[in-house]
Design a protein around this ligand. Structure first.
Ligand code: CP
Length: 292
């Protein structure tokens, strides 16, 4: 594995290898990194979890982390992503973790740089390491991904998490159901009726409403949205025994999920964050070992 760009490119064998290695690392395995590797995190969109989680993973692997602040970089003077990446490659970086508002930002880099690229979220495209940590958390809970019934609820058309999650879960024979307002269904088939999807779902994954990716749409009522499409406390009570709640976060309490459910016994939201560090360690170790 030279880069991590999308779930389809990683494929089922690659996914399983990452999940298995992340489980070993979570169990205390010692990272296997050879020579010194230099890495930088280029975040052109806000992030709390992904950026900090990558930085933690990098430090736990003993990598040399070179600071990069997008808001103080020469991209603000008009430098392209390609020229930025080529510059960092010339300086000696081995790998770049990139979050961009552009769908498939990596297309302009492919075949034109030898630095390893890890997609930390591309616009409304994919969020591969989020999906890997979601799969890890589901497999940790249920022992398998095959046959799981997973409901993804919320703003799916603007969500990279929904798209990379659907792609990956379907590779493993999971039954992915979508619940959302019809205007946000994009290329998904969706339902608006919680009763169609809730009673037999093994997991319900809530998504934040991505107002920053909406343009020219009408007014939004958080209260109405919550009542119609959110996971309310009443709906959580009707989830089946053993079913869990996932959310990539950041969470908007009282919108897509009732505030009291964030730390409910069914919730694995902070477990997802914990697992993300091990998954990212596994991704970086796998890519960098290939460069030794
Ligand atoms: N889940 C996720 O990508 O969160 P951040 O935007 O905080 O990185």
């Amino acid at each position: 594995m030279d880069h991590l760009l999308s779930m389809k490119r990683l494929g089922p064998d690659g996914i399983i290898r990452i999940l298995d290695r992340a489980a070993e690392l979570r169990g205390g395995a010692v990272p296997e990194i050879g020579r010194t590797h230099y890495i930088s995190n280029l975040f052109f969109e806000p992030s709390t979890r992904t950026k900090t989680s990558f930085e933690m993973a990098e430090r736990r692997l003993g990598l040399d982390v070179i600071p990069f602040e997008a808001g103080f970089s020469s991209t603000l003077k008009g430098e392209t992503l390609y020229d930025t990446v080529r510059t960092l490659e010339a300086i000696g970086l081995d790998a770049l973790v990139i979050r961009s508002p552009e769908d498939r930002f990596y297309k302009e880099l492919e075949g034109r740089t030898s630095v390893a690229i890890i997609n930390a979220g591309d616009g409304s495209g994919q969020h591969p390491t989020q999906t890997l940590l979601d799969l890890f958390t589901l497999r940790e809970e249920f022992g398998t991904l095959e046959g799981l019934k997973v409901t993804i609820a919320g703003d799916v058309s603007h969500s990279r998490v929904a798209k990379s999650g659907r792609d990956a879960l379907q590779m493993f024979g999971a039954d992915v159901r979508i619940l959302c307002p019809p205007e946000w269904q994009g290329d998904f088939e969706s339902s608006e009726d919680w009763e169609e999807v809730l009673p037999d779902s093994d997991a319900v994954m809530l998504l934040r409403v991505q107002h920053e990716r909406h343009s020219g749409e009408g007014s939004f009522s958080a209260h109405s949205y919550h009542e119609r499409y959110g996971l309310t406390a009443g709906r959580a009570e009707r989830m089946k025994k053993g079913a869990i709640i996932l959310h990539p976060a950041p969470v908007n309490r009282g919108v897509e999920i009732a505030g009291e459910l964030v730390e409910h016994s069914r919730s694995r939201i902070f477990r997802q964050v914990e697992n993300g560090v091990y998954v990212r360690m596994a991704v970086l170790e796998t890519i960098l070992k290939g460069r030794d």
